[in-house]
Design a protein around this ligand. Structure first.
Ligand SMILES: Nc1ncnc2c1ncn2[C@@H]1O[C@H](COP(=O)(O)OP(=O)(O)OP(=O)(O)O)[C@@H](O)[C@H]1O
Ligand SMILES: [Mg+2]
Length: 256
């Protein structure tokens, strides 16, 4: 799988009241890679994710998967959003099964894959529970199981842990890293959390806001074996601080 985002711009509205939200964004993502884009609120992260998902079209530039332009949502892209996007009236298992049923898979296969992916995310015991009976972290794990069960080639994650408190977020980051390293999937993470991006991704693109554009790209090659130790290692903290400085310098003046 090769995702190519090539000089993508997005403008909303027309004429003098129009707004350029993304300005010539380019990057690549291959199978087995983990790429993150970090930017402040309003830098166009979700807009970019919607374009890659095929929910909207770029104003200029192109998005291709294995050379084919992305025109609509497809099963090759598994999405996980910030807000819990589970159907509240369906159980965890039914939520995981839903996408596979839409794909027209045989019922026995759906049952088997649902059980398998709930097990993968550690929620085999929660199969029959409704979303409201699950914690936020558990709901996001169901959303990840649902995305994985449809057998995507790239996992698109838009602030997947943004609504979780810090301890759960750290557990989920470790979980996502293990999952990704075991599956060999391509993963694209969009986040405003620099630490999260540096912990998880091989490559981190820094987005400047208004309009959203990539101003810096860092290749991260630290050993992620022990994420808890990595978080506090001097080299990691130094890189994080340097980039935090870069991000702060990009904030538009607020006039306050
Ligand atoms: N459909 C739309 N029509 C007009 N403007 C839009 C539309 N969608 C997004 N925008 C504008 O584009 C800009 C970027 O929004 P976007 O949601 O992509 O940012 P974000 O980086 O995801 O922010 P956050 O971190 O808060 O989620 C905002 O100024 C927003 O108002
Ligand atoms: Mg967003």
């Amino acid at each position: 799988m090769h995702l190519q985002v090539d000089s993508v711009s997005k403008r909303f509205g027309h004429g003098s009241s129009s707004k350029l939200v993304l300005d010539r964004i380019s990057f690549d993502l291959h199978s087995g890679e983990f790429v993150a884009l970090v930017g402040s609120s309003g830098s166009g992260k979700s807009t970019l994710m919607r374009l890659i998902a095929g929910l909207d079209q770029p104003s200029a530039g192109s998005i291709r998967i294995d050379g084919q332009p992305v025109r609509r949502p497809g099963p090759d892209r598994g999405m996980v959003f910030q807000k819990y996007s589970l159907y509240p009236w369906l159980t965890a298992a039914q939520n995981v099964a839903f996408g596979m049923a839409l794909q027209g898979r045989p019922r026995a296969e759906i049952r088997e894959r649902t059980a398998f992916f709930l097990e993968v995310v550690g929620l085999a015991d929660a199969a029959r529970r409704l979303p409201r009976e699950l914690s936020g972290g558990m709901q996001q794990r169901v959303a990840i199981a649902r995305a994985l069960a449809a057998d995507p080639r790239v996992l698109l994650l838009d602030e997947p842990f943004g609504a979780l408190d810090i301890q759960i977020r750290e557990t989920m980051q470790e979980f996502l890293h293990r999952l990704w390293s075991q599956t060999g999937l391509a993963a694209l993470l969009i986040t405003h959390d620099l630490e999260e991006a540096l912990l998880l991704a091989d490559r981190v693109h820094i987005l400047a806001p208004s309009p959203g554009r990539i101003v810096r790209t860092v290749t991260v090659d630290h050993d992620r074996g022990a994420m808890g130790q990595l978080r506090v290692s001097p080299a990691f903290l130094a890189l994080r601080e340097e980039l935090a400085c870069c991000l702060r310098s990009l904030e538009p003046a607020t006039g306050r």
